[in-house]
Design a protein around this ligand. Structure first.
Ligand code: SF4
Length: 295
């Protein structure tokens, strides 16, 4: 689960989850009406939310006639926004596609679960919440570092549920900052250049995973959530206390620092993943193996 932080650290209240700090994003106003929330997507936040959402959909051809898309809702700010964007798209678009909303409960506590139900009801998102005891299993089989196993199992569970609805696509709420952080973390900590793709085929399912928030900045999502009075789930994790890495947080802070002097730096990092100069790299790898220009 993405830990939620942003550049406006002052706007958030810090709570501690083990080695990492989870920023609880608290609303600044009472909960607004559904129509105000929906209208804000198309009006006040059009350039920050709606336009980059549409840009990503068009550029990467994410939604086509005949698609049946499962939108995965974790309960956090990103997936709540993604659901509302898709509902707006359904109203506005001539493309003939179907939507299904699914939310896997990996073992959330009652407070989080109740809050999730309230949000879904208020936002009129018809969502199936189903149980899959992933937290318990991840903790049992990967006690010290549960995140890798947890993320893998959660993805598998969502693919299975989406397939049971006959969906050919699964939409996740990763946003532009997730993409950039992941890209840099793969260089810094894994010694490889790769990015989070806007769409990819699932290995064991006839489903395509899509990330429609690819161009949407996290700080815009936070503004939308807070200024509409929505209390989204922060981090519902019950197993990773003391076991999660702080690398993502450090990378996020580094990017925030760089942005102070170079406002376009996020744009440049994304561009670099679309602009790899194959004549100026030492080597590359594919599923078939490693290749080098030096041999
Ligand atoms: S164990 Fe917790 S922090 Fe780690 S991936 Fe799962 S939900 Fe996220």
């Amino acid at each position: 689960m993405n830990n939620l932080t942003n550049n406006n650290i002052d706007d958030t209240k810090t709570s501690s989850i083990g080695n990492t700090s989870c920023e609880a994003i608290l609303p600044t106003v009472p909960l607004k009406s559904l129509s105000e929330i929906e209208k804000s997507i198309q009006k006040k936040y059009r350039s920050e939310l709606w336009s980059p959402f549409i840009r990503g959909l068009k550029e990467f051809e994410m939604v086509k006639d005949g698609d049946k898309i499962a939108v995965a809702i974790s309960g956090g700010k990103d997936s709540l926004l993604l659901s509302k964007l898709f509902q707006e798209l359904k109203r506005a678009s001539k493309t003939n596609f179907e939507l299904v909303f699914i939310s896997m409960n990996p073992g959330f506590n009652e407070v989080n679960l109740t809050n999730l139900r309230k949000n879904l009801e208020h936002l009129e998102i018809p969502c199936e919440i189903y149980n899959d005891n992933i937290f318990e299993v991840a903790e049992k089989i990967a006690k010290d570092y549960p995140c890798y196993m947890c993320a893998k199992m959660r993805r598998g569970s969502l693919y299975t549920k989406a397939a049971s609805y006959g969906c050919n696509k699964l939409a996740l709420g990763h946003h532009l900052d997730d993409v950039i952080e992941t890209t840099l973390m793969s260089i810094f900590y894994m010694g490889k250049f790769e990015t989070m793709l806007p769409k990819l085929k699932a290995d064991n399912f006839d489903i395509e995973l899509i990330r429609p928030l690819f161009y949407v900045e996290e700080k815009s999502i936070i503004k939308w959530i807070r200024n509409n009075g929505i209390l989204a789930m922060n981090c519902g994790c019950t197993v990773a206390a003391g076991k999660t890495s702080s690398k993502r947080r450090e990378t996020k802070e580094l990017i925030a620092d760089l942005v102070k002097n170079n406002p376009d730096i996020k744009k440049r990092i994304i561009q670099s993943a679309q602009n790899v100069n194959l004549e100026k790299i030492l080597g590359w790898k594919t599923s078939e193996g490693k290749f080098s220009y030096l041999k």
